[in-house]
Design a protein around this ligand. Structure first.
Ligand code: FES
Length: 204
């Protein structure tokens, strides 16, 4: 299994936003600080288990929506609003995973990483789409190369990254060739929709 899983396009996670993602069946809160730092945490507040992906980002910290406990980039709790003079114990800490950006894609690794995410040269982020079906890239005419599935959609060269999701679903993160014109990008985007319908139709 590769170290890194693609979870989103960078532009879909602007600063001060938190969103839920799933990697290998593990629910994570993926968030980006005001300065642009990306983090992937266990999606569970150490206080009473509220999902941190329901929380909110302030500056460089993520706060839980329930009682407002605030966590620093390290995952360490830094503030408990009900006890503003208390320095939170070190044991109050959210499990933190690896998260990084490469080529306009956000990648997450749950465990030790031995490699860097694939460098996807010559392409630009296009869009992500969720499929209510498994996806077999080879059956769709794509060929694996350089850490992505390559082929054409709508007549445009693309690189497709597949993120497995629970319940036989998946997400596709699609990048189009750098030289693609706006018209090409529209055609490729339509190609993604066709691909999605075909995959879901086959699955059904
Ligand atoms: S459950 Fe998160 S602060 Fe209470």
């Amino acid at each position: 299994m590769p170290d890194w899983t693609p979870v989103a396009l960078l532009r879909d996670l602007p600063p001060l936003v938190v969103m839920p993602v799933t990697v290998d069946g593990v629910d994570l809160a993926l968030w980006r600080s005001a300065s642009g730092r990306i983090a992937a945490w266990a999606d569970r507040c150490p206080h009473r288990g509220m999902r941190l992906s329901h929380g909110f980002v302030r500056g460089e910290a993520l706060s839980c929506i329930y009682h407002g406990w605030s966590y620093a980039q390290s995952g360490q709790c830094q503030r408990i609003p009900a006890h503003p003079d208390l320095e939170p114990p070190e044991a109050i800490r959210v499990p933190v995973h690896h998260a990084t950006e490469a080529g306009g894609v956000i990648w997450v690794a749950l465990d030790t990483v031995t490699t860097a995410p694939p460098a996807l040269a010559g392409v630009q982020p296009l869009r992500s789409v969720t499929l209510d079906a498994r996806f077999d890239p080879a059956s769709a005419g794509l060929t694996e190369s350089g850490g992505a599935w390559r082929g054409t959609l709508g007549g445009v060269a693309v690189a497709v990254l597949v993120q497995p999701l629970p319940d036989n679903r998946c997400a596709l993160h699609v990048l189009a060739e750098s030289k693609a014109s706006p018209t090409d990008l529209v055609a490729a985007s339509r190609g993604i929709e066709t691909l999605r319908r075909q995959a879901e139709g086959v699955s059904a």
